[in-house]
Ligand binder design. Structure first.
Ligand SMILES: [Mn+2]
Length: 335
């Protein structure tokens, strides 16, 4: 249960000064979970709390623009000066992989200097990081978003959330749960408790519609032109490559009718692979892309992980071999 973790956290936080951060290219769930956690810590525990957020993804920026027009009282300026000499603790949200976190580099601290805690909903990589307070980590990959964990915490301590904060939480939960596609009963229950007479679901949905840029449209079409189909029994696996937007393309391929999609993009020295699988395929066969990509990444000195139906890998060596290994492992499980 998370509730005893919340109590432990409360005890540990006493008198500490904390920094909250998330992964790079901050998505909506990363942003909202950090933002609400800061509000909660500041107002409920009286904890001195600083936010450190690296560059936002394009959709996050667009979303924040729309929301700040609706709720003019919300303050989305984050140029906080971080005085690291006064920091006791760092919270890292929406990832449990330090390779995706820039705070240590950017603030010129080593991860060994200040203890840190993960709050996350991705597969627990159980990396043996020195100074990670593992007993206080809250990592649960059965929850569809980090924002839900933060909301659970607010509810547990009876912390009342103002309307704009509810709006933000609902937006993040809807996005990360794929509009309930990756959610469960609890996801719907939380949204239902968050909804308010004064909150209009249709309005929230409309702020979550984003127009694609022409470059993304072209990437999608090119990805389809390059698509290679692998049939394994009655399962269809598709592989293709793009120069960016690999995650969106991987989802597109699933909507198109593939059971599993593998999309890679090669940069100068590195590459990134995004994979998706139909939920029904995962349930039926036990396929877990996050586990497969983690295993393969370890073998080739990359980093990888994620959920059963959505996972990614960052690497620098042997792209062809890595791809073949992933395909082989997927086939093994499907057969
Ligand atoms: Mn998330």
């Amino acid at each position: 249960m998370l509730t005893s973790k919340f109590e432990d956290l409360k005890a540990y936080l006493k008198g500490k000064s904390v920094l909250i951060t998330t992964h790079e290219s901050v998505d909506l769930d990363g942003f909202v979970s950090c933002y609400i956690l800061k509000i909660f810590f500041t107002n409920y525990f009286n904890t001195k709390t600083t936010l450190y957020l690296s560059e936002f993804s394009k959709t996050t920026r667009e979303y924040l623009q729309k929301v700040s027009q609706k709720f003019r009282e919300l303050d989305f300026s984050f140029n906080e000066n971080v005085d690291i000499s006064k920091l006791d603790l760092i919270f890292i949200l929406d990832t449990n992989n330090l390779a995706q976190v820039s705070v240590f580099d950017k603030l010129n601290i080593t991860s060994a200097q200040i203890p840190f805690i993960f709050i996350d909903h991705h597969l627990n990589l159980k990396n043996d990081y020195k100074n990670n307070l593992t007993s206080l980590n809250i990592i649960n990959d059965e929850i569809s978003s980090t924002s839900e964990i933060i909301y659970d915490m607010c509810e547990f301590f009876n912390f009342a959330l103002e309307l704009p904060y509810k709006f933000l939480l609902i937006s993040a939960i809807l996005t990360d749960s794929g509009f309930f596609k990756y959610g469960n009963n609890d996801t719907i229950m939380r949204i239902s408790r968050l909804l308010d007479e004064k909150l209009d679901l249709q309005e929230i949905l409309s702020t979550l519609e984003f127009e694609q840029e022409i470059s993304e449209k072209i990437a999608r079409i090119k990805a389809l032109q390059r698509l290679k189909l692998i049939r394994s029994k009655d399962w269809l696996i598709g592989t293709t490559h793009v120069s960016s937007f690999e995650a969106g393309v991987a989802s597109l391929l699933i909507n198109l009718g593939l059971d599993v999609s593998i999309v890679y993009s090669e940069k100068k020295r590195t590459f990134r692979i995004s994979t998706r699988a139909k939920k029904s395929v995962c349930l039926k066969t036990g396929l877990h892309l996050g586990k497969i990509l983690k295993e393969v990444a370890e073998e080739y000195e990359g980093s990888g992980g994620g959920h059963d139906g959505a996972a990614s890998l960052n690497g620098a060596n042997e792209l062809k071999k890595v791809l073949n290994k992933i395909i082989e492992k997927i086939k093994q499980i499907l057969n």
